[in-house]
Design a protein around this ligand. Structure first.
Ligand code: IVH
Length: 681
C-alpha cells in the first residue's frame, strides 16, 4: 500500500532515536514478512528489505537491550491463516545469513575462522541460490510419507498431495537409499519459461498475474486442490538433510552425491562444485552473477557452504541461520529500454508525480512499461529525457525503477524535461514548498484531484465501497452524477441507469456498497477525507479521541497536538483542511445524519479480531492507550475496562496492575506488547 498523504512514519532525521527507529523497523519487517511469506505479494524489492533488516541488526548490535523478541532473531514470520494442515518440523528449517557484498563474503570466512580459533584453509561448496520455496520431504522405509513447506521454520504446512504431483520429487527412493526415516530438504521452483506461460494464460483469462517465479511457485504449491498444482510444472532441487550425518558422507559435496544416487534431483551447472578455497568460490560467484540468465530458473545469489561436515556441528547455528553457510546475493538485475514519454500524474493531495512510459521490456520475466520518477528533484537528478535509453531495475521483481540514463546512448538534441510550472490538468500554478521535493497543484477542485480523492474515498482502507474503482469513478464524474465524494450518498438506481455501459448488476452492487459505507467506523470516514498526512493510522488515533466528524472539525491545534504521535505538521494539515471553504459543503454532507452515521469504534464485522474482547493494562512503549484501542477496534475487537471471564485477551504493558493478576487467576490469555503487535499485524 502506498499512501502518499500518510504521516512520514519513517523518521527522516539523520540520527533518529534508536528506540523509535528499531520499533519502526521491527514493525515494517514483520509487515513485509507477512506480505512475502503468507500473502505471496511483496511490496518492496528484496534488496530494500535486506537493508531494513541490516539496519535493525546494526541498531541491535549497538543496543543489545533492544534485541529481545526482534524479527532478526526469528526464522520467519508467524504462520498465516491458511487452511492446509500444520506440520511441526522436528529440527527447525533455518534461514541463511546474507552477504550483500564481496566484503561480507570475506567477513563470513573470517567469522568462521575466529569461531573455530584456527587459520587452517577452508574449502567451500557452492550452489546457486534458487528463488523458490523450501520444502521438507519425509521418507519412511524409502517411501514419501509427508511433504511440508518451511512456514515459519518450526511450523509449516502439509502439502503432501501437491508435492506428489511434482515430477522431480521421488515417491520411492532408489535401491541403496537408507531405510531409516529420512528428511530431505530442498527447493520447489518454477522455470522461467513455465512462469511466462502461466502468466500469459492467466492474463488471457483476466486473472491476476504473478510478480515473479517464486510467487508463482508458492501460489501453485500451497493449493488446497492438488489438481491445480499438477497443471503448473513445478520442479524440485534437493540441497540437504535435516540430519546431515544420516548420509554417511564426510563432505557437503559427498552429501549431494548421495542425494543424487538416492533419486533426488541436484543442481548440476558448473556453479555447483567444490572449491579449494574462498577465492575460488568468489570466482564462481562473479561468473554466475554474469551468467545467471543462461540458467532456465531464477537465481538470486550463490550459497557458499563449508565443505567439511564435521565442521558443521562445531560451528552450529544461531536461532535463525547456520554459521557454516552464507547466501551471497547478486546485485538486482537490470534491463535497458527507451523512454517514449514522461507524463505528470496528479494525486489526490495534488502531488505532481512524473511517470516515464517506456518501450515495454522484460525484466526477470515480467513486462515493464512504466516507472515512477517520484518527483521533480528525482527527475532532475536522474535527468531522464524523452528519447533516452534508461537502465531499469526490478530488484526482487517488485517495483520497476529507473536507475540511470545510459548517457552513451543518448541521441543528440534531446532536451531536458521541463517540469511544468502549472498543473497539467487544471492549469493552476503549481506550488512547491521550500523544504519539500514535491510540487503540488494547490487547487482542490482540480478534476484530477477530485477523481483521485473519489477513488481514495472508496478505497479498502477508507470506506471500502465495493464496485467503485478508477473506471466507475471517472464515469460518475464525467456524467455529472458526483461532484464531490459525499454526493455518492444521494445516488439512486435511476441515476446509475443513465450511465453508458453500466449494467443493472453493477448498479445494484454499487448502491449496496454505498449503503454499507453509511455506517462504517469513524476512522474510515476520517481517512476517506484525503487530508494530507492523515492516513489509516493517524485516522485511527483521531477517531479514538474525537466522537464525530463535527467534533474533529472543531478541534484546536492544542487538542490535536496533545494526542500522542500527532506532530505540528499533521495538526496544521488537519486544521487547514477543516478551515478551507472548499471542504465545507462536502463536510456538511458527511455530517448530515440522514445520509451517513459514522460509528464510533464500531467493530468491523469480519475484522481479524472480530468479536474479541480485550482489556489493556500497564503502559505500552510503542503506542498510546488510545491508539491501541482504536487499532483493536479497527480490526473488529472491543476494548473493555475490566477483566471478567468473558475477556479474551489482556494486553499487559510495562508496570501492569491488578488487571494482570485478575487475568492470571481467571486463566485469560495475556499478551505482552510484542505479541500484541504481532496480532495486530
Ligand atoms: S542450503 C539452512 N542451498 O534459501 C538452510 N538453500 O535463505 C540451508 N535456498 O530456505 C539451505 N537455494 O530454501 C540452500 N542452493 C541452496 C538454496 C537454498 C535456495 C533457500 C532455502 C532457504 C533459503 C534461506
Amino acid at each position: 500500500m502506498t499512501d502518499n498523504t500518510n504521516a512520514p512514519e519513517t523518521p527522516s532525521d539523520p540520527e533518529p532515536d534508536p528506540i523509535k527507529r528499531a520499533s519502526f523497523l521491527r514493525g515494517e519487517i514483520r509487515r513485509h514478512n507477512a506480505l512475502y511469506f503468507q500473502q505471496d505479494r511483496p511490496e518492496i524489492p528484496d534488496d530494500v528489505y535486506d537493508r531494513l533488516v541490516r539496519e535493525l541488526e546494526e541498531i541491535e548490535a549497538a543496543h543489545p537491550e533492544l534485541a529481545a523478541g526482534s524479527p532478526t532473531s526469528e526464522v520467519a514470520p508467524p504462520p498465516g491463516g491458511r487452511s492446509l494442515n500444520e506440520v511441526i518440523h522436528d529440527s527447525p528449517m533455518l534461514s541463511l545469513d546474507k552477504a550483500l557484498s564481496v566484503q561480507e563474503i570475506l567477513d563470513f570466512e573470517d567469522r568462521i575462522k575466529r569461531f573455530l580459533g584456527s587459520s587452517e584453509p577452508l574449502s567451500f561448496y557452492t550452489m546457486p541460490k534458487f528463488d523458490g520455496l523450501a520444502v521438507e520431504l519425509s521418507y519412511v522405509d524409502g517411501t514419501l510419507k509427508l511433504a511440508s513447506t518451511r512456514g515459519d521454520g518450526r511450523r509449516g504446512e502439509d502439502i503432501t498431495p501437491n508435492a506428489k504431483t511434482i515430477d522431480g520429487i521421488p515417491k520411492t527412493l532408489n535401491p541403496g537409499a537408507p531405510k531409516a526415516d529420512l528428511f530431505v530438504r530442498g527447493e520447489v521452483y518454477m522455470e522461467k519459461e513455465e512462469f511466462s506461460r502461466l502468466n500469459e494464460e492467466r492474463e488471457a483469462a483476466g486473472q491476476s498475474i504473478f510478480a515473479n517465479p517464486r510467487n508463482a511457485a508458492a501460489g501453485s504449491l500451497r493449493q488446497l486442490d492438488a489438481n491445480v498444482t499438477q497443471k503448473r510444472k513445478l520442479r524440485f532441487f534437493s540441497y540437504g538433510l535435516s540430519e546431515p550425518a544420516a548420509s554417511g558422507a564426510a563432505t557437503y559435496g559427498g552429501l549431494m552425491k548421495a542425494l543424487s544416487k538416492w533419486g533426488f534431483p541436484v543442481e548440476s551447472s558448473k556453479a555447483s562444485r567444490v572449491n579449494e578455497n574462498l577465492a575460488e568460490a568468489l570466482a564462481v560467484f562473479r561468473e554466475l552473477e554474469t551468467d545467471r540468465d543462461s540458467l532456465p530458473f531464477e537465481v538470486d545469489g550463490l550459497v557458499i557452504t563449508v565443505e567439511d561436515l564435521s565442521l558443521w556441528s562445531r560451528l552450529g547455528a544461531t536461532s535463525r541461520a547456520p554459521r557454516y553457510a552464507v547466501a551471497a546475493k547478486f546485485k538486482p538485475r537490470a534491463a535497458r529500454t527507451k523512454v517514449l514519454a514522461i507524463e505528470i500524474q496528479v494525486g489526490r493531495t495534488g502531488a505532481l508525480t512524473p511517470v516515464a512510459f517506456m518501450e515495454p521490456v522484460m525484466v526477470s520475466g515480467v513486462r515493464v512499461a512504466q516507472a515512477t520518477l517520484h518527483n521533480e528533484d528525482e527527475l532532475k537528478r536522474k535527468d531522464v529525457r524523452v528519447g533516452d535509453f534508461v537502465i531499469l531495475q526490478r530488484a526482487g521483481d517488485v517495483i520497476p525503477e529507473i536507475v540511470e540514463v545510459d548517457l552513451e546512448k543518448r541521441p543528440t538534441g534531446l532536451l531536458p524535461f521541463e517540469f511544468p510550472k502549472n498543473c497539467p490538468v487544471c492549469g493552476t500554478a503549481a506550488v512547491r514548498k521550500k523544504d519539500e521535493a514535491v510540487s503540488r497543484c494547490p487547487n482542490r477542485s482540480c478534476p484530477a484531484q477530485i477523481e483521485a480523492r473519489l477513488i481514495h474515498f472508496a478505497h479498502k482502507n477508507a470506506l471500502d465501497i465495493d464496485g467503485l474503482g478508477q473506471k466507475v469513478a471517472a464515469l460518475l464524474l464525467a456524467n455529472g452524477l458526483v461532484k464531490q465524494p459525499s454526493d455518492l450518498f444521494r445516488l439512486t438506481p435511476d441515476d446509475l441507469a443513465k450511465l453508458p455501459r453500466f449494467g443493472d448488476k453493477s448498479a445494484a452492487k454499487l448502491i449496496e456498497g454505498i449503503d454499507k459505507a453509511r455506517t462504517k467506523s469513524l476512522w474510515r470516514f476520517i481517512n476517506a477525507l484525503s487530508i494530507r498526512h492523515v492516513g489509516e493510522r493517524v485516522s485511527q488515533i483521531l477517531a479514538s479521541r474525537f466522537d464525530s466528524l463535527a467534533a474533529l472539525s472543531e478541534a484546536t491545534k492544542d487538542q490535536l497536538q496533545a494526542l500522542g504521535d500527532i506532530g505540528p505538521e499533521v495538526a496544521k494539515s488537519v486544521l487547514d483542511f477543516f478551515q478551507s471553504p472548499l471542504t465545507h459543503s462536502f463536510l456538511r454532507d458527511l455530517m448530515d445524519e440522514s445520509l451517513v452515521r459514522p460509528t464510533k469504534d464500531e467493530p468491523d464485522a469480519g475484522g481479524a479480531l472480530s468479536g474479541k474482547r480485550f482489556v489493556l493494562t500497564g503502559t505500552l512503549s510503542t503506542m498510546t492507550r488510545a491508539e491501541a484501542k482504536s487499532r483493536i477496534a479497527a480490526k473488529g475487537g472491543r476494548v473493555l475496562s475490566s477483566v471478567s471471564k468473558d475477556t479474551d485477551y489482556v494486553i499487559a504493558g510495562e508496570a501492569a496492575g491488578s488487571k494482570f493478576a485478575n487475568a492470571k487467576s481467571l486463566n485469560i490469555a495475556i499478551l505482552d506488547e510484542e505479541a500484541f503487535i504481532k496480532m495486530l499485524d
